[in-house]
Design a protein around this ligand. Structure first.
Ligand SMILES: NC(=O)C1=CN([C@@H]2O[C@H](COP(=O)(O)OP(=O)(O)OC[C@H]3O[C@@H](n4cnc5c(N)ncnc54)[C@H](OP(=O)(O)O)[C@@H]3O)[C@@H](O)[C@H]2O)C=CC1
Ligand SMILES: O=CCCC(=O)O
Length: 310
């Protein structure tokens, strides 16, 4: 989804007091009811667009405006946030026909929070800057719940002017923000983080499956891990449902595999071996081939349960 927002200057104090909240994740933007029911919330001016318009309806019913193309939203907004599935869609929405770049110009800013590779981010940056506008890449760590709670971690890089301008908005959606310098550094940081995350999840999955195979209670394994040095919020949150073979989608498996693929490309670009990530990527590919793309990435455990052909 691409999300575009215009904020009139007098809104800034209300933004700072967090009377406005907006979360661009999971194919929809969550503009909290608190935001629109809060005093002076009418000062907010938010415009949205999504390829599948029906997903904008909840926001439109809360008062957001709708435009029928990325170009139109960018033309009518000061700052445009975009969150798209992958490099192809991020580039298309920014640079394609009726793309956001067509509506950009001096004084405007484009903040892309999609997880993409360095090259794609640089390409989008080039198109946006060519219009005289500013560009910031700002991929996020944190999934559906942190997004809803305004607890995302922004990994930004690009035009510092836009970083400063967007900071009050990032602070509403997130709990922290890093400014990493040149465009590409945010994308690279995000891919490294998600490479580690994907491998951790794969290893955790192996542990659950193996414990069960040798007659242990995997729920006890989850509890043991939660108390030790390798405890992680991700294991504590996902473990209990994984044991029950339930994978409610927060972060789609297809995107985890996409991020591993992009991390492998990043490593290739500097001749860095990442054998664990490479093996992990294969496991996610197997999971995808079993129709698990749209389930949560913790469903990768199912790839370990697949019986080999005799
Ligand atoms: N979910 C998560 O927990 C997190 C996701 N991310 C990253 O954020 C991005 C979005 O993730 P998420 O919301 O989960 O992904 P989804 O797959 O749920 O949503 C993808 C969005 O991209 C749009 N889209 C896909 N292809 C195109 C296209 N060709 N043209 C226009 N729009 C397109 C979809 O539109 P439509 O509705 O029409 O299909 C949808 O709005 C990804 O890069 C992901 O890696 C980062 C951190 C956490
Ligand atoms: O890219 C998705 C990240 C999910 C998370 O950080 O929990």
């Amino acid at each position: 989804m691409a999300m575009c927002s215009t904020f009139c200057p007098r809104l800034s104090t209300h933004l700072n007091s967090k009377s406005f909240s907006l979360f661009p994740l999971k194919t929809r933007f969550f503009v909290s009811i608190k935001a629109f029911s809060a005093p002076k919330a009418e000062l907010c001016d938010v415009t949205v667009w999504n390829r599948t318009k029906s997903k904008c309806e909840p926001l439109i019913s809360l008062g957001a405006k709708y435009k029928s193309s990325p170009e139109e939203v960018a033309a009518s907004c000061d700052v445009t946030f975009a969150m798209l599935a992958d490099p192809e869609s991020a580039a298309d929405v920014a640079c394609g026909q009726n793309g956001a770049a067509k509506g950009m110009g001096p004084g405007k800013g484009y903040v892309d929070v999609s997880t993409v590779d360095v090259e794609t981010s640089k390409l989008i940056c080039e198109h946006i800057r060519a219009t005289g506008a500013h560009f910031l890449e700002a991929p996020v760590s944190g999934s559906k719940k942190p997004a809803e709670d305004g607890q995302l971690i922004f990994l930004t890089a690009g035009d510092s002017v836009l970083y400063e301008k967007a900071a009050p908005l990032l602070d509403i959606m997130g709990k922290s923000r890093f400014y990493l310098g040149e465009v590409g550094n945010g994308a690279a940081m995000k891919l490294v983080v998600n490479m580690v995350m994907g491998s951790m999840m794969a290893s955790f999955s192996e542990g659950i499956v193996l414990s069960e195979k040798v007659g242990l209670d995997p729920s006890v394994l989850v509890e043991v891990i939660s108390q030790g040095a390798i405890s992680a919020p991700m294991y504590a949150v996902k473990g209990p449902s994984m044991v029950k073979s339930s994978y409610p989608t927060a972060f789609p498996l297809k995107h985890q595999q996409k991020d591993l693929r992009l991390a492998l490309g990043l490593a290739e670009s500097v001749s860095q071996p990442i054998p664990i990530a490479a093996a992990t990527n294969e496991l996610y590919k197997v999971a995808k081939s079993h129709g698990l793309s749209d389930q949560d990435f913790s469903a990768v455990i199912e790839a370990l349960k697949v019986k080999l052909q005799q």
